[in-house]
Design a protein around this ligand. Sequence first.
Ligand SMILES: [Zn+2]
Ligand SMILES: [Zn+2]
Length: 395
Amino acid sequence: MSTKDWIEKDYYATLGVQKSASSDEIKKSYRKRARESHPDHNPGDSGAEERFKDVSEAYAVLGDEAKRREYDEMRSLFGSGQFRRNARGPGGPGGQPFDVSDLFGGAAGGGDRRFGGAGFQDLFSSIFSGGGGAGGPARARGPAKGRDIETEVALDFGDAVRGVTLPLTLRAPGICDTCAGSGAKPGTSPVTCQVCHGAGVTTRNQGSFSFSEPCRNCQGVGTVVEEKCPECHGTGGVTKTRTLNVRFPAGVADGQRIRLNGRGEPGERGGPAGDLYVHVKVRPDELFGRTGDDLTLTVPITFPEAVLGTDLRVPTLDGTVTLRVPPGTPSGRVLRARGKGVVRRDGKAGDLLVTLDVVVPAGVSDEARAALEAFAEQTPPAAREHLDARVRRFS
Ligand SMILES: [Zn+2]
Ligand SMILES: [Zn+2]
């Protein structure tokens, strides 16, 4: 059995068990498969003999807690590129010349799926080029920033325009109060790990390679909790329901994201907390629309109002404003009420943009019809000469 075997062979698949299988499940599955493929039960079947060998080999590793752990680690370490060449260089302890293609057989360039599609060649060039990217040696786990949390809030249109402070209830991991996050039972404290002496990292030689890996005993922390906190079972964290008062500034827009520094998950081992991101949804208003800092409103007017002009009293978000419609105003004209839009943080405000929509009545009284006909007599034809020329071409 070699490094190559371990990296190339999926013993879990050979035994037909999940990677998370218990040792009992592994034993059971092994017995069943060994029985089925036993040469005594399959005389003259060379395939069965091969299967029996494979099953035995797989069980020799997975059936042994220590070997299984090593096998898992070898495969996960190799998969993530987290290993480096031994300082002694090519030629391991046995004095054999180091040969990549020998170690990995014909698989070079094949792009094994188990390694995320990266060919062995790529993997090696990145490992041997000095460990850029994923190829670096494992490091002790120092303080780590907590994870960011994202949440979503729906605001009323007016609240978004004016700004609002709302209580936000979050269920998210927080620091255990009982042990203040240390994970140790109150009155005790974590002790230095005896295996790595606090470094958080151990080094192990494997053929031509040495593996730097997070210490198994302390999971890379460097300290070990001997008596676990009863509240958080040694993790230092608990799920908490928190209520935060979040201030949404005036003019916050639909789709905007607000970041609250340090309001995310607590950091690990003394690291800073993550951030809280609040995604803002703004419920549409039944009257007003919004374009940037301007509010928009559509107001229907009659034809006589457009022709003769009028004063219009229209609502703003917080009151009313009177707008002058000058005589001869076309449909679609936009009137501007300055400063009646979104008031920004710097005190400047957008405008209220009022679009006039001349409505045409579906029917009119006899008197109105007579008046309109008289009006039509007095009305010069619409300016359509430029269209008429084109129309004549087809007649
Ligand atoms: Zn340790
Ligand atoms: Zn605790």
